[in-house]
Design a protein around this ligand. Sequence first.
Ligand SMILES: [Zn+2]
Ligand SMILES: [Zn+2]
Length: 470
Amino acid sequence: MIEIAFLGGAATVTGSKHVIRTSRATVLIECGLFQGHRADANRRNRSLPLDAAALDAVVLSHAHLDHSGALPVLAHHGYRGPIYATPATRDLCAPMLEDAASIQRADARHIDRLIARGVDLEPVTPLYDHDDVVAALALMVGLPYHRRQTIAPGIDLTFLDAGHVLGSAVVVLDVEDRGVQLRIAFTGDLGRPNMPILRDPEIPERVDYLITESTYGDRRHPPIAESQDALAAAVARTAARGGKLVIPSFALERAQEIIFALGQLRHRGALPQLPIYVDSPLATKLTDVFRLHPDLYDRETFAQLQSGSLFEFEGLRYVVDAEASKAIDTEPGPAIVIAGSGMCEGGRVLHHLRTMVSDPRNTIAIVGFQAEHTLGRRITERRPQVKIFGVMRELHAEVVVFDGFSAHADQAGLLAFAEAVRARHASSALRGTFLVHGEPPAQAALAAQLVARGFQHVVAPTCGQRVALT
Ligand SMILES: [Zn+2]
Ligand SMILES: [Zn+2]
């Protein structure tokens, strides 16, 4: 009997965890962090919904924390088996997980200080520490794309390129149990064709069951090139006003794509002479990992390596020192500042926003998804006032929103991928499609489109649901 259990990332976009179980083996796909309201997320992240010691192997599709962020919890709970990931994913996980641990430590200290001041709050302890991160990293085994590997009795793993972030993989499992043989493909997070730097998503063949993400199952993204041109125009307007342009950015992939896009604009002479600061120690470390993996770039990006580094160009500076970060705001004249966090909930971007939001010469460029109840969302909605470090400030800076930089397939992309997978089965007999990693409205819209195209057994599982695969 081959069974799949959906233990996280079901009807939500965080906490991805899926278990494949046979009579001989148990394999966990993803071990992501739940994100959201602090108390609830903390409780769910602390208690693993599975027996860590009973797992034969763990498979990780990519380095984003909603997929990888609970690996140190797994190590803390005694897991000592292999964690398979592509070499780039393993390299990216080192700074990503270290950063997650230090944010948890800082958060816990912050709450302690508030409690000491008499604020009525529950104390929190970090989910994991440096030692747990090191323990998890020590278990990671790099498996390159297209190399089939037996990872447990009767279970073989092959990674294909998912085109979502550097090292991201579509996970293909060949599972055999008591004479039944099935191929299960999991998209991880699916990228888009024609993304800068990355290759296009690859299509697995002869798939019996498809597990697909559905984040943007109800949306359509504008083309990336459109957003790049709009970004150039926003930079030009801001520079003409003598203002600064701040880009709140996620550290993995988005930051490198923005740096890459600005580099292209500079080479084309489409960018005014102004300093560009990458003001994020995490983004800087992750960019170093991008430099280590030219083998993963698409053809156009690889060709550009001949004319110099992709992540170095005139005027671009990586800012590590905290004092140098603060000095950016007092420098006269136009500049571009790329800083985290991506939704303006913490990190150095808050210091820049504090000094920049009320000056109409400045621009805030939103290049990523902004969840409800975040400062980034309020800025996106152009509220007249926004609260930064506990103080209400007038929002007079220009706000521009670019949806085209998304690293996720939109509805058309998800449908095209599912149809391509089905077409690669000799008998076009895809037996079932599971929708994970999406909010219910996005899943409902995608499911309706799939059913209309003749897909059978389209299911959006609830958290904890188990399904026998035949
Ligand atoms: Zn992702
Ligand atoms: Zn994700």
